[in-house]
Design a protein around this ligand. Structure first.
Ligand SMILES: [Zn+2]
Length: 240
């Protein structure tokens, strides 16, 4: 595995497409903070509004969605993200079919990112205590399928060309939440920035003090006693 190797020589336009509000900060919040600090432009597209993300029986899905959209916008603003958009597919029911693929192709062709970030669709059992959410896998699958070959080929979804959307090919895909990482970034210097952004997801994190302790317990030390906070990715760099 390589370390600290996003070896870009110019500023990149980075689009992060994931399933739920809070996924960007949980999966790669430190990396987002690092990229923005380095001058790259980061935007989000969330495929759902996370409308099932509450155990409060008094809240309707619409009310949950409203809370989570607000929290996500605040978290993104906290990190300096350029823009956030939501496609509003129902939480928990995301399916990587042709209709969702076309929507994602539309997003890619509109925003023309250099770097596209999603999560690894092949990761079903994230570890021995956690089944990866089906929406995460579906989001990864639909994004990968949209990137290649559809987004860059005019013959896919010709009605998008009628909307004036030209084919677009991204330079790289980064997949978070992967069990087969090939790049690891130590973003401990951005740990606090990520933590502050995560705190904006108040409906999701429970008691903030207990949450902070949980987050700190996950930090590791290297052989020299230096604290590390790593975010890992599977990275595809397309041949030019
Ligand atoms: Zn999620």
């Amino acid at each position: 595995m390589t370390e600290n190797l996003e070896d870009w020589t110019n500023n990149k336009k980075i689009l992060i497409i994931l399933a739920h509000p809070d996924d960007p900060e949980f999966f790669l919040g430190g990396t987002i903070a690092r990229w923005i600090k380095k001058g790259h432009k980061v935007s989000y597209c969330l495929l759902t509004k996370g409308d099932k993300g509450s155990k409060d029986p008094l809240l309707s899905p619409e009310e949950i969605a409203e809370i989570r959209v607000k929290e996500q916008n605040q978290a993104a603003a906290c990190l300096g993200v350029e823009s956030v958009q939501f496609l509003d597919y129902p939480d928990g029911y995301l399916i990587p079919n042709l209709e969702t693929r076309k929507e994602v192709v539309r997003i890619i062709r509109k925003s023309k990112p250099d770097i596209l970030v999603t999560c690894d669709p092949s990761n079903i059992f994230a570890n021995q205590r956690y089944i990866n959410h089906p929406d995460h896998r579906a989001a990864g699958q639909v994004v990968i399928d949209a990137v290649f070959p559809a987004a860059g080929n005019v013959l896919f979804f010709p009605e998008l060309a009628d909307e004036g959307l030209a084919p677009h090919s991204v330079e790289e895909v980064w997949m978070s939440l992967t069990s087969e990482p090939d790049i690891c970034l130590d973003v401990y210097s951005e740990w606090q920035a990520r933590f502050e952004a995560l705190k904006e997801h108040a409906s999701q994190i429970g008691d903030p003090k207990a949450f902070e302790i949980r987050m700190q317990e996950r930090l590791e030390k290297d052989e020299n006693g230096q604290i590390r906070y790593e975010e890992k990715f599977r990275r595809i760099v397309f041949r030019r």
